[in-house]
Structures are given as C-alpha cells and as structure tokens.
Design a protein around this ligand. Structure first.
Ligand SMILES: Cc1cc2nc3c(=O)[nH]c(=O)nc-3n(C[C@H](O)[C@H](O)[C@H](O)COP(=O)(O)OP(=O)(O)OC[C@H]3O[C@@H](n4cnc5c(N)ncnc54)[C@H](O)[C@@H]3O)c2cc1C
Ligand code: FES
Length: 373
C-alpha cells in the first residue's frame, strides 16, 4: 500500500507507533505521506479508516476519533478498542475492523484514511467551564479536547471517566499528566469492578456507576459545556442525570460510536403522526405544521426534530433500521431515493449524490421530504 492517488479520497498514512493502552485498547500514531503536515482538525473529530478484510467482501470503512493533540502537526493518533463478539453470542465473529487493526497492523504499515470529519467539536469560543464525560473507549475524542484545553486558555475542566477497572482504563497517565499541566483541571475515575490492585493503589475515585451524588459532589453549581461520549446505556443514564441536575439540553453535546439512540424518551416530542404505509406526503397542509419527514418503506411520517444530527439519526430515533457504514458521507451505504423535497448537507459527501438521491447520514431536510427507507 502506498500514498494518495488523484481520485482516491483516502490518503495513505504510515503507522509510526503502536501502543497498548490497556488490555483491550491500542493506539496507532499515523504520520501523513511524504513527511507532510498532518491535516488540521478540531478536537472531537474523527477519521474514516479504510481496511482490507480477509473474507473477500472488499474493504470496510470504520470511524475512529482522533485522540491526539490538535497542536501536534506531525501525526494523528487513533485509539481503538478490540471489539469482541456480543456477550450473549460467543458464536459470532469478533469485530472485523478493530481486530484487523489490533492483529494485522504494525509499525511501518500504511493505512488509508479520510478526514478529519464530524461536527462533535470543542467550541473554541466558549468561556464556560467544561465537563468531559466518557465511558469506556468513548474517552478518545475527549482526550483530544483535554489536550487543547490544557494547552490553551484557562477554562475550568472536569474530566470524568467511567470504565470497568484499571485493566481496561486507557490513556490514564496521559490524562493525569495533562491535568497536572495547569491549575483548574480535575479528574474523576469511576470503576464498575475495581480489581484488588486498583483498590490497593487507590487508582480510582468512585465505584459502581456514575451517580447523581457523584456528579453533585464533583460539579459545583455552574453553567457548563458538557461533552459526552460512551456506550448507549452510559449516555442515556448520564444524560438523564445531567438533565435532572438542571443542565439545559443545549449545553450537552454528544457523539455516538454507532447507531444513534434516543437519550431520553421524555425529551422527544411525540413526532410520529402516521404509521401506515404512506405513498407520499399528505399534501401541502402538513408543511404548515413544520418540516416533516416521510419514510416511505417504513410507513412512518414525523415532524423533523431540530436536535437530530442527520436524517439517518432521525430515522434511527424512530426505530427505523436504515443501512449505514461510515456515517460520514464517504461510503454511500446510506444512499436513498429522495422522492420529493430538498435536503442540505452539513458534511460534504465524497461524491455528489445523483439527482433524486440523498445520503441520509450527512444531510438534513430543508423542506418536507420523502425518502425511500
Ligand atoms: C464517530 C465515531 C467515532 C468512533 N471512534 C472510535 C474510537 O475512537 N475508538 C473505537 O474503538 N471505536 C470508535 N468508533 C467505533 C468504530 O467505528 C467501530 O464501530 C468499532 O471499532 C467496531 O468495529 P468492528 O469492525 O471492530 O466491529 P464490527 O465488525 O462492526 O462488529 C461490531 C459487533 O458486531 C458483532 N457481530 C459480528 N457479526 C455479527 C452478526 N452476524 N450479528 C450480530 N452481531 C455481529 C461483532 O462481534 C462486534 O461485537 C467510532 C464510531 C463512530 C461512529
Ligand atoms: S453511511 Fe457512509 S455515506 Fe452515509
């Protein structure tokens, strides 16, 4: 494998370091081709990685958040959890991309990446205190944010991380080193199943799940910017806790590492107006009630929720199973027919969809739309 070609939107980056961060998590430092500068990125963004697979169904695309400092222009780092089979289905194969990276990719190899992409981004203009709240490998974009916050400015920062135990706690020393760089950065580690070693070394602050009491004890009453990333159950539980503590929705930004999930059903307006198969939008009258989305195959029509990131996320929040892979406008897996209406792209697709087509993962409706999912 080698560098870029004129048409290939992926660039070959050389793996210059591979480091085991925990029992399940490994980092890969990637240097751009020809000793060029690494592309700039905003902390929180991710790379799309194209990986060959051994089973003949062609390359696969996976997203990995950049976990390194935006101030290091020589390389980008991704930090990857080896995905095992689901706990109740040991017969299934383990995660294809993450296991390929862990097992097959070594220092000196070249892997093909596109990006940076994504609008989960640290707001550089805000002066509010920042809470970086993560579960498991969801800490990766937040560590990049911590690099930035520890280097520039003097905002108060609370880095709160939950994981099973010290065995799977990645990037701990780096986070502690960043927190020690200047006053005003504090850390809290919550272990669900601390080991004897964790207990002997007092390497964590609380045990079990992050609770209302824990959050209340760490966070004085204030107006925070919250950035949150972790498994869906973690996100749902902590979103509820934060809302219960009075944090407004618009202060909570979050990233899912997979299909989007409704964080709090109580926050969702009763949007579905029709579950019968709908051949088309119900006349112009619906437009008067706001922008609507008609999912033709699923027979669902709903008022567009401005909080939804994309048409794909919106479909998933309604329980519609739409195909996707990269969630970043790269692979075209989410391509659907745009039966009517207009959309806008918040992430530029790698190749422009044809007339009457729409990429669901990176678009939002401009008018009432009807799509063929
Ligand atoms: C914006 C974004 C950022 C991300 N950042 C990171 C990051 O920084 N670090 C990170 O580690 N991950 C990150 N991810 C997740 C990452 O993109 C991958 O989804 C993850 O690595 C799993 O991919 P995989 O190919 O290993 O697993 P997959 O092959 O996609 O498999 C996923 C799971 O499905 C199981 N499975 C296999 N076959 C079947 C079957 N037939 N039926 C049911 N289940 C099956 C597998 O065992 C596995 O548990 C991010 C995702 C997004 C969207
Ligand atoms: S999921 Fe890849 S382009 Fe939409």
């Amino acid at each position: 494998m080698n560098g870029t070609s004129a048409k290939d939107p992926f660039a070959g980056f050389r793996v210059v370091a591979k480091r085991r961060e925990s029992e399940t998590i490994t980092s890969f430092e990637l240097a751009p081709p020809d000793e060029a500068q690494a592309p700039g990125f905003v902390p929180g963004q991710f790379l799309v990685v194209r990986l060959p697979t051994g089973n003949g169904h062609g390359p696969i695309l996976r997203n990995y958040s950049i976990s390194s400092s935006p101030h290091d222009s020589s390389r980008l780092r991704i930090t990857v959890k080896r995905e095992p089979p689901p706990a109740d289905r040991a017969d299934l194969p383990p995660g294809e991309g993450s296991n390929y990276l862990h097992e097959q990719v070594d220092v000196g190899d070249v892997i093909h990446v596109n990006g940076p992409r994504g609008d989960f981004q640290l707001d550089p203009d805000s002066t509010r205190p920042v809470v970086l709240l993560s579960g498991g490998v969801g800490l990766t974009p937040l560590v990049s944010m911590l690099h930035s916050l520890a280097t520039v400015g003097d905002r108060r920062v609370y880095f709160i991380h939950a994981c099973d135990s010290g065995r799977v706690h990645a990037l701990k020393d780096e986070v502690l080193e960043l927190a020690a760089r200047r006053p005003g950065i504090s850390t809290h580690f919550c272990y669900r199943f601390p080991t004897d070693e964790d207990i002997a070394s007092a390497g964590f602050h609380s045990r079990g799940m992050i609770s209302r009491e824990v959050l209340q004890s760490i966070l004085p009453l204030d107006d925070y910017d919250i950035y949150m990333c972790g498994p869906p159950a973690f996100m749902q539980a902590n979103y509820r806790l934060l809302r219960g503590l009075g944090v407004p929705k618009e202060r909570i930004r979050y990233e899912f590492f997979g299909p989007a999930t409704v964080l709090d059903p109580d926050d969702v307006e009763p949007a579905v107006t029709q579950t019968e198969p709908s051949p088309s939008v119900q006349g112009e009258a619906l437009q008067e009630e706001g922008v609507r989305v008609v999912f033709r195959k699923s027979g669902k029509t709903a008022v567009w929720d401005e909080k939804a990131k994309s048409l794909l996320d919106f479909a998933e929040s309604l329980g519609i199973d739409a195909p996707f892979s990269c969630r970043a406008g790269v692979c075209s897996t989410c391509l659907s027919t745009l039966v009517r209406g207009e959309v806008e792209y918040f992430e530029e697709p790698l190749s422009e969809p044809g007339p009457g087509e729409v990429l669901l993962c990176c678009s939002r409706p401009k008018t009432t739309v009807e799509v063929d999912v």
